[in-house]
Ligand binder design. Structure first.
Ligand SMILES: [Zn+2]
Length: 303
């Protein structure tokens, strides 16, 4: 028999007044394209980023709510890749020193460990106009603060994956850190899944990207457990790859081979100082939650 081994990567847009590294309004849902842009979030040469304090505090609050350790000194790194919605040619993210690490969230009595929560910037958005035969880029979302949470592979079923994501959305909303509306792309879920042999032999990991509803998280995970089991039963190999989810057909499909894994050539962001979280203005000891978390509230109501 085989045991599903599931981990999640969840991105959530932070609800802040301005973008991550400039003073543009953070409102990626606005209809009119390219109105909240400036030389910094358009990646003009020589433009310098400034850290948004509100975004850092919101990630620290999320870390606290998820029982994480908060870093003493954190840092931003450059993640280098080329894509038309990324004008700088790199994304400012956090590689080695994420703000929060080693946390957990209890879901129906089971503890799911949180490996890390880090802060980065969102990319622009491509709009494909198939009739006109070209694509347009909207940079209103470029540079919007994005929190990425990565769990350990502690999840064991599609139902648990969905419940974890739902519980996380509830916490984000209680804290007021993110609107976390999945249909608006404010929260995006990626499922990593492999089937491990009961004797401990590890399976091959498949990533399912861009799941934008809880229903999709559940069904894509279910589908992938069945697909991988069937392959193994037949004596075939599960390919390590990234897969997408077709909501209409209710099946996952191959997107690209993972054989040539991306090399993002991370290095410390030279335009930003390290973040000392033991001192103002990012003093981690002064971070307050200011709300009663849903788990605590449930317990109190129950009692
Ligand atoms: Zn800007």
């Amino acid at each position: 028999m085989y045991k599903p081994v599931i981990g999640l990567e969840i991105h959530a847009q932070l609800k802040t007044k301005s973008k991550m590294f400039c003073s543009c309004v953070n409102n990626p849902e606005v209809r009119e394209p390219n109105i909240y842009v400036c030389p910094i979030c358009l990646g003009h040469p020589g433009a310098l980023p400034v850290i948004n304090k509100e975004a850092v505090i919101k990630v620290l609050q999320s870390g606290k709510a998820l029982n994480c350790e908060l870093r003493d000194v954190s840092r931003f790194d450059r993640k280098n890749y080329f894509y038309p919605d990324l004008p700088k040619g790199y994304q400012i993210s956090q590689d080695r020193r994420p703000l929060c690490f080693n946390g957990y969230l209890e879901v129906e009595g089971r503890r799911i460990r949180v490996n890390r929560i880090h802060l980065e910037e969102d990319t622009g958005r491509l709009v494909h106009d198939e009739k006109a035969g070209h694509s347009l880029v909207d940079f209103n979302r470029s540079g919007v603060p994005l929190m990425e949470l990565v769990t350990e592979a502690d999840i064991r079923s599609a139902d648990e994956a969905r419940k974890f994501a739902e519980e996380l959305r509830l916490i984000f909303r209680y804290l007021g850190v993110s609107g976390a509306n999945m249909d608006q792309g404010q929260m995006r879920v990626e499922v990593n899944i492999s089937l491990s042999h009961m004797e401990g032999r590890k399976g091959t990991r498949v990533e399912i990207k861009n799941l934008n509803s809880f229903r999709a998280v559940y069904h894509a995970t279910e589908y992938e457990i069945k697909r991988q089991s069937a392959l193994i039963e037949k004596g075939e190999r599960v390919v390590q790859e990234t897969r997408g989810w077709n909501d209409k057909k209710e099946e996952t499909f191959s997107q690209r081979d993972k054989e040539g894994v991306h090399d993002y050539r991370y290095f410390p962001e030279p335009d930003l100082p390290p973040l000392n979280l033991k001192k103002e203005p990012f003093n981690k000891d002064k971070v307050q939650l200011e709300v009663e978390l849903p788990q605590k509230k449930r317990k109190r109501f129950h009692e």
